[in-house]
Structure formats: C-alpha cells, structure tokens
Design a protein around this ligand. Structure first.
Ligand code: NAG
Ligand code: NAG
Ligand code: NAG
Ligand code: ZN
Length: 455
C-alpha cells in the first residue's frame, strides 16, 4: 500500500512538472535514455508493464506484438533503480539511445544541407526534416505549377487554426471518377519520417515522368500532415509530443491521441480516459478538428477511395485491421495477400506483416479500423523504419533511403486498385454514402471480365 501511494505521488509530481515546463520552455531530454527491455515470458512482460508507472517510464512501442522487446524512455532519476530492479528479476535490456537529447540534436543537422541545390524551385528536400511552412509552401508550389495534375484542397483548420491540406493528384480529364488511393502522414506529431515519406510520394508522383504509369488508372489523395499543431510543437518545444494540442476542460494536460479518436469502436480497449496520457481518446469520437475534417473528407469520397494507407513510425510493420480487438474482417486474406505483395518490394528495410491477432494489446479508435468500417476494402497502417535503434530520432541521412525503399510498394497498390476496383463507371443517380454492401445498384461494369472485386 505504501509503495502504491508513493508510486501515485511520484507520477503526479512527474506529470505536473512536465506540464509546467511544456507551455513556457523547450523540453530537454538531456540524460534521458531509451532502453529496449527483453522479457522472456508473458509474466516478465507483465511485471515490466506493472512497474512502469512507479519508475516514470514512458512506453514507446506503438503497437506491441507479443514477440517484441519493449522500448521505454527512462528519465535520469529512474535509471539506477530500474537497473537493479531488472537485475533482480534477471530481465535483460539494452540501452539503445544513451542520451536522447543528443539524438534529437543530431537529427536536426545534416552535413549535406548547405550543399543542396540552391536553384531548386522549393525549399523542400529529403535529406533533412522540414518545418510545416516548408511543407505547405511545397504543396502550394505544386498546386500553382501543375494545375492539370494537382489540386490542393483545404479541408479545414486545426485546433490552433492551421490549414489542413489534402493534395489530389490525377491526370484524368474528369478527376474524381476513378478509383483512388488515400495516404496520410503525421497523425502522430513526433513520427517525423511519416510526413517526409508522404511528401516524397507526392513529389515522385507529380514531378517524375517515369512514374506516370502510377497515375494511369488511379487518383491519389495525400494528406502529409494530419496533425500540424502537434508537428510544429515537436519542432519548437517538445520533440517527443505525440498528440494534438487541444485544451482540455477538465485537466491542465493538453492534446488527444488522434489515432484513438476515430469513430469506430471509440473508447474501447487501449485508449486512455486520462488527458495526461499519450493515448488519451478525447471526450468523444472525432472531438478533434483534425480527425473530424479528415474523416468527413474521406467519407465524402468513400465511393472512390479503395485503399486507405496511414503512415506511422516506428517498427517496420504493415498492419491489417482490426486493431480494436482480436477480430478479423471477413476479407482478411485479401488484405493480407496485398500487404505481403507490397512488403515484398522492400529491400533495405524489411517489414513484418502483422494483424490484430498478433497484438498483445488492442488499440481502439484508430483511423485504419474506421476506414475499414466505412467500406474501404484495403486499409493499412504502415509503421515506417526503424525497429528502434534510432526510433523517433531517425537520422536525416536515412530519410531518402526509407522513401526510396518504400515507393515501389505503391505500384502494387495502384495495380490492385486499378484492376480490381477500376472496371466500374459510377453513375450519378444514387451517390454512395455508406459502402457496407457491394454497389451493384449504383455502378455497372464496363468490362465483363474482372479478376477480382473491390466491393
Ligand atoms: C490551387 O490552385 C487553384 C487554381 O490556381 C486555386 O484556385 C486554389 O485556391 C489553390 N488551392 C489552394 C489551397 O491554395
Ligand atoms: C494519364 O497517364 C497515362 C500514363 O502515362 C496516359 O496513358 C494517359 O493518357 C494520361 N491521361 C491523361 C488524361 O492525360
Ligand atoms: C552526404 O552526401 C554523401 C554523398 O552523396 C552521402 O554519401 C552521405 O551519406 C550524405 N550524408 C548525409 C548525412 O546525408
Ligand atoms: Zn503513430
């Protein structure tokens, strides 16, 4: 009982000091370490998760597969006592990042930055991480420069009134009538590699003629930064911020986990009711302007969007719904086959294709589950590199290799969507709002032979 009370007291102190620091000054991670702890049994794993709060550990793995080691960020004051606690139980661990602040500082610099092309039309590249203004200027440049190919769509505003942008890339003479692929990034603020990969995909699709075949039968909707407030906050104040930046009416802790805020099985397993937690679900489904605007836009295009892809980090996983519990969609094998095919394109970074059955803990309110629930057949979360060596502080020198390794998977997705979902013409009589059944009344086949279906 004493130790429980002590634990509560300790964690309250920690949370309060974090909050106080948060608004006024830049958060320093000097002396913080990242440990990969390797439990050998379910019992050891549970032990580690049980002591987590009393040692002020912050869990880093986003989705915990049963066979994974567990990554924790450890504040300086807990390191010695945790070390002896783990030694007592003979649980092994490795220190993967010995000083998190050093890793953060290193991530911001790139020795090649000064030599990058000064004649470039935009201040965007994939050898460094970029602030939101650079990303948005790049999108605006593309919108202006390639009006036949690109449409930049403002779908709303974030909590702090930043615009939310979706870019549509289509070479169709009547865009919006073909099957489409949706890609989003930056749902979680600290996962910097995610907007980097999303913007790389945009650049490749728009500016590289060799990729034109990816546009031949498919439209693309790409939203590189779903959570711009959080993203900016990771640049200005707290590099490890994950959530949105909305103010709570019941707590001094800010922000909601956007990936626990989507409106399918909202408030179920793996989503916190505590505004101070990183997995806080919010006061209701779609309480956040970012998730509300994003979901409304996708819903409005749900008869076209056949594949939903959301980019997160880290872990190198291709994850298939559902995540809210150990539940498989009826067409799970179709989703698995396509994910395996896409993952087979990766050379430098191999991805594990996983599913909810492999998850130790479920997570409800995720965007992938929601997309699946509104009838988008192919719905995936990709956890980009790495597997924890650099974690969120993936060095800038790895951005381009990660992007280049990832891009070929899009050909697999586009081909699937074009061949299985493309041989339909949408009639204008009955717009599809929900897609729970196969759309036989509102679409007709233009070819008699289709190797697969997307209904
Ligand atoms: C994109 O360009 C079009 C045409 O030039 C313009 O009307 C539209 O406002 C631009 N979109 C954004 C979000 O700036
Ligand atoms: C779109 O691109 C494909 C592949 O390059 C091409 O075959 C097709 O004619 C293009 N469509 C339009 C409307 O430009
Ligand atoms: C800098 O450029 C060189 C030559 O292209 C490359 O080998 C090196 O990996 C780059 N370093 C970084 C940090 O990007
Ligand atoms: Zn994430």
């Amino acid at each position: 009982m004493m130790s429980l009370l002590l634990a509560i007291a300790l964690s309250c102190v920690f949370v309060t000091s974090q909050v106080a620091a948060e608004e006024s000054e830049v958060v320093s991670y000097a002396g913080f370490q990242v440990w990969k702890i390797k439990p050998n049994s379910g019992e050891e794993r549970q032990f580690i998760l049980d002591i987590k709060d009393s040692y002020e550990l912050e869990l880093w793995n986003e989705r915990r597969m049963t066979r994974d080691p567990i990554d924790f960020i450890i504040p300086p004051q807990s390191q010695t006592k945790l070390k002896s606690k783990l030694a007592e139980r003979k649980i092994s661990y490795v220190v993967v990042i010995s000083d998190l602040q050093t890793a953060i500082d290193n991530q911001k610099t790139n020795i090649n930055k000064t030599t990058s092309d000064s004649k470039a039309a935009y201040n965007m590249d994939w050898i460094s991480y970029h602030r939101l203004n650079n990303i948005y200027a790049f999108l605006t440049y593309l919108n202006t420069t390639y009006p036949k190919l690109v449409q930049l769509i403002n779908i709303g505003s974030s909590y702090e009134k930043r615009p939310l942008y979706v870019i549509r890339i289509s070479n169709s003479s009547s865009p919006g009538t073909r099957p489409a692929i949706w890609i989003d990034g930056g749902i979680h603020a600290r996962e910097w590699i995610s907007p980097a990969v999303a913007t790389y995909i945009i650049q490749q699709l728009v500016e590289v003629p060799a990729n034109a075949k990816l546009l031949s039968n498919v439209d693309w909707y790409i939203m590189p930064v779903v959570n711009p407030d959080g993203y900016e906050f990771t640049h200005t104040t707290n590099r490890m911020w994950r959530k949105t930046r909305s103010v709570s009416s019941t707590s001094s802790c800010r922000g909601v986990d956007p990936n626990r805020n989507f409106g399918f099985k909202w408030g179920g397993l793996g989503a916190s009711t505590n505004p101070c937690q990183d997995t806080y679900r919010g006061t209701k489904a779609f309480s956040e302007p970012e998730t509300l605007a994003t979901s409304n836009f996708i819903k409005g295009k749900s008869s076209q969007i056949k594949l939903y892809l959301t980019l997160h980090s880290y872990g190198q996983y291709a994850l298939i719904p559902y995540g809210y519990d150990v539940v498989y969609p009826p067409d799970y094998n179709d989703l698995l086959a396509l994910a395996n095919n896409a993952a087979s394109k990766f050379v430098k970074y191999t991805y594990t294709v996983g599913n909810s059955a492999d998850l130790l803990y479920a997570a409800s309110g995720g965007s992938d589950d929601w997309a699946k629930s509104i009838g988008i057949k192919y719905s995936y979360t990709f956890e980009l590199p790495d597997r924890g060596t650099n974690a969120f502080t993936l060095p800038a020198s790895e951005i381009l290799p990660v992007c280049q390794d990832f891009f070929p998977a899009l050909d697999v997705f586009a081909t699937k969507v074009a061949t299985c979902c493309g041989a339909f013409t949408t009639t204008t009589t009955k717009p599809l709002t929900t897609r729970t059944t196969r759309p036989t009344t509102t679409t007709k086949r233009t070819t008699t032979k289709c190797p697969c279906t997307c209904g």
